[in-house]
Every structure is written in structure tokens, then in C-alpha cells.
Design a protein around this ligand. Structure first.
Ligand SMILES: [Zn+2]
Ligand SMILES: [Zn+2]
Length: 134
């Protein structure tokens, strides 16, 4: 009787690595979509991506990523400051047909008045609080 020992090649022993460094990762070369240059996606960054459960590898090199972040920050800052600015919408007064601007976006179908016509139809805005209980 012959005991045939089967040589198992490349069988991974189910040992769990608790270390942060994984040998399954290796530096990868990725083509940046912005500058069309190869950049190295390092093992450390791949581990970081896996920890964050990010499925997609980076598309930009570090320089382009930073440039993009700065662009986004500039846009966000512009939007944030834009909200505080008063808006002016050009409209025609429904009463006297004069072109005027209002600090809001008028909803469709609702008449918009210039300031003088608005005060004419709403004289109470000049008196302040005119609530009287009687
Ligand atoms: Zn780039
Ligand atoms: Zn008017």
C-alpha cells in the first residue's frame, strides 16, 4: 500500500492577519484623468481606501486631487457668500407695468407690484404694527 502524499501548492492557510499592513496589496500605477500621467496608488492608500470601504480607486494624482478640492472649496465659498447676497429679479409691475426689481423669485401666476403700487395696496406696511384689539 502506497501512501501518496498530495502536494498542495499555493494553499492559503486560513490565518487572520490583524496587522494593518496587508501583503495582498501592492503599489499600483493609475492614470490620472486630469493630467494623464501615471501616479502610484500606494499600499498604504489602498489599505486606507479599504478601511473607508471605498470601492473605487482614485482617479486623480495627488496634485490634481488637491487642485480639484480647491476648486470645489472655491465654488462652495462662492455659493455660501451668494446666499447672503440679496437677489434681485427683474419684473414688470402688475399695476403700472413699470419694470422693477423684487428681492424674491415671484411665483408664476401671482401679480408682482413695484414698491409704490405695493404700498398703495398694502398701506399697513408703512404704519408698522397696526394690530388693534377691540
Ligand atoms: Zn494628475
Ligand atoms: Zn407699479
Amino acid at each position: 500500500m502506497v501512501m501518496s502524499q498530495i502536494e498542495l501548492e499555493g494553499v492559503a492557510s486560513p490565518e487572520h492577519q490583524s496587522d494593518e499592513t496587508d501583503s495582498e496589496f501592492e503599489d499600483r500605477s493609475i492614470l490620472c484623468i486630469d493630467c494623464n500621467h501615471d501616479f502610484i496608488w500606494t499600499v498604504g492608500e489602498q489599505v486606507f481606501f479599504r478601511d473607508k470601504q471605498l470601492l473605487n480607486p482614485p482617479k486623480r494624482c495627488k496634485d490634481c486631487k488637491q487642485a480639484k478640492n480647491e476648486r470645489l472649496a472655491a465654488i462652495a465659498a462662492a455659493q455660501a457668500s451668494g446666499i447672503k447676497q440679496r437677489i434681485e429679479v427683474a419684473v414688470n409691475c402688475a399695476e403700472c407695468q413699470e419694470s422693477t426689481t423684487v428681492p424674491f423669485y415671484p411665483s408664476q401666476g401671482r401679480p408682482v407690484y413695484c414698491r409704490s403700487c405695493f404700498i398703495k395696496s398694502n398701506p399697513s406696511v408703512l404704519n408698522g404694527s397696526s394690530t388693534s384689539h377691540g
